[in-house]
Design a protein around this ligand. Structure first.
Ligand code: CP3
Length: 357
C-alpha cells in the first residue's frame, strides 16, 4: 500500500487523519461523459463494454482524467451476478435492465447453479487486474457487488421495479423461499468479492440500492443480516493493508444503529439523512460516506459550491476530523453537465481543509 500515491480515501474509511476530505462519485463512469458514450459505441453495447477488458479499463479511467478524484471504481454492473446465475441479462434502450428468466418458485431457486467465478465472471476479475495495473498506485481501486436483497429484487421481478410486487409477495407469503435465495446470493457474492480482492481491489462497496424499500423490521432480517454474512466472509487484509468495506443502503439512514452491529468500516448515506445527526449516531465507531443530492449537479457553479459547503459544515459540525468521505447520495445521472462535477470535487478538497487542520 505504501505504493499508493494518494491513500486519503482508505485513511478516511479507517478513521485515520487526512489532509483534505477524499471524494468520489457513485457511477462516476457513465453516460454524462461524451468519451464514455464514444467508447460504448465502439464496444457496441453496454454489456460488451463490461466484458471487454480494455474498454472496461478505459471507461474506469475516464472520470479520473477529468477530475481530481480520490478513488477509482471498477467498471462493471451489479447485475453480472444474476447473469452468471443463468438468468440472461439484456438491456433494451431506454428501458433499463431485463432478464430472460425470473426466479419465483422453489424449483427456480433449487435450479440456480453454483457460480464458478474464475470461469463465469472471469471478465470482471480480468478488468480488476488491468485497472489496478493501469492505475499505477494513483488512487485506490474499489471493487463492488449488489447486496443479496437488491440482486434478489431484480431476479424475482425480472428487471427494475417500482413496487417490488413479486419480491414483497415472496417475502411475506414464502419467507423461507426468499431466505434460500438470499443465502445462495450471499455465498456467491462473498466468492465474487474475494476474487476481486485477490485480483487487486483495495476497497469494497456493497450497493444495497433497494434496501430502503423494506419495512424496518424486515430490513435487518432480509438485507442487513446477509450483508453482515458477506462482510464476515471477506478477505480482511492484502499486502499488509486492511481492505475497508462500505455498506450503502439507499434510504437506510434511519437504520445506522443496526448497521453498526456489522463489521463494516463505513456506511454510505443518501441525501435524506443529516450528516451531523448520523455522525452523532455512529459516534466514531465507523466512517460515513455521502451525501450530496445528485440533482445538485443540475445547478450552476455557485449553487453547487454553496450546497457542497453546507454538506461539509454538516459533516464536521461535531468536531470529528476524520471518518468522512464525500460522495453523492446516489449515482450521478446521464443529464449532468460534465463541467459540474469538477465544482463539487474541487470545493470538497479546498473547503474541507479548514476543518482538518
Ligand atoms: O460507479 C461506476 O462508475 C461503476 C459502474 C457501475 C455501473 N453500475 C455502470 C452502469 C456501478 C457501480 C453500477 C451499479 C449498479 N447497477 C447499481 C447499484 C448502484 C445504484 O445506482 O443504485 C444498480 C441498481 C445497477 C443496475 C443497473 N445497471 C440499472 C438499473 C441500469 C440502467 C439504468 C441506468 O442507470 O442506466 C444499469 C446500466 C448501467 N450500469 C449503466 C452504467 C454506466 C448505463 C448503461 C449504458 O451505458 O447504457
Amino acid at each position: 500500500m505504501s505504493a499508493l500515491k494518494n491513500d486519503r480515501f482508505i485513511r478516511a474509511l479507517l478513521r485515520q487523519p487526512v489532509d483534505t476530505t477524499p471524494v468520489w462519485m457513485m457511477r462516476q463512469a457513465g453516460r454524462y461523459l461524451p468519451e464514455y458514450r464514444e467508447t460504448r459505441a465502439q464496444a457496441g453495447d453496454f454489456l460488451s463494454l463490461c466484458k471487454n477488458t480494455d474498454f472496461a479499463c478505459e471507461v474506469t479511467l475516464q472520470p479520473l482524467r477529468r477530475y481530481d478524484l480520490d478513488a477509482a471504481i471498477l467498471f462493471s454492473d451489479i447485475l453480472t451476478v444474476p447473469d452468471a446465475l443463468g438468468l440472461g441479462l439484456y438491456f433494451e434502450t431506454g428501458e433499463g435492465p431485463k432478464f430472460k428468466k425470473t426466479v419465483r418458485s422453489e424449483q427456480d431457486i433449487a435450479a440456480l447453479p453454483k457460480v464458478n467465478i474464475g470461469a463465469d465472471l472471469d471478465y470482471v476479475v480480468n478488468a480488476v487486474k488491468a485497472i489496478r495495473s493501469a492505475l499505477g498506485g494513483q488512487v485506490p481501486l474499489i471493487g463492488f457487488s449488489g447486496s443479496p436483497w437488491t440482486l434478489a429484487t431484480y431476479m424475482i421481478e425480472g428487471g427494475s421495479s417500482k413496487d417490488y410486487r413479486y419480491s414483497k409477495e415472496m417475502l411475506y407469503a414464502r419467507p423461507e423461499l426468499l431466505h434460500a435465495l438470499l443465502d445462495h446470493l450471499a455465498e456467491t457474492v462473498t466468492d465474487y468479492l474475494n476474487a476481486q480482492i485477490e485480483a487487486g481491489a483495495q476497497v469494497i462497496q456493497i450497493f444495497d440500492s433497494w434496501g430502503g424499500a423494506l419495512a424496518h423490521r424486515e430490513y435487518v432480517e432480509f438485507s442487513l443480516n446477509y450483508m453482515q454474512k458477506i462482510v464476515a466472509g471477506l478477505i480482511k487484509e492484502k499486502e499488509g493493508q486492511k481492505i475497508p468495506v462500505i455498506l450503502f443502503t439507499k434510504g437506510g439512514g434511519q437504520w445506522l444503529a443496526q448497521m453498526l452491529d456489522t463489521d463494516a468500516d463505513a456506511f454510505g448515506l443518501d441525501w435524506t439523512t443529516s450528516l451531523n445527526t448520523a455522525r452523532q449516531t455512529v459516534n466514531g465507531r465507523a466512517a460515513l460516506q455521502g451525501n450530496l443530492d445528485p440533482a445538485t449537479l443540475y445547478g450552476n457553479a455557485q449553487s453547487i459550491e454553496k450546497a457542497v459547503k453546507l454538506m461539509l459544515d454538516d459533516a464536521y459540525a461535531d468536531g470529528e476530523k476524520t471518518g468522512y468521505v464525500a460522495n453523492l447520495g446516489h449515482g450521478i445521472t446521464q443529464w449532468v453537465d460534465p463541467a459540474n462535477p469538477k465544482v463539487f470535487i474541487d470545493t470538497v478538497h479546498e473547503y474541507s481543509q479548514k476543518y482538518l487542520r
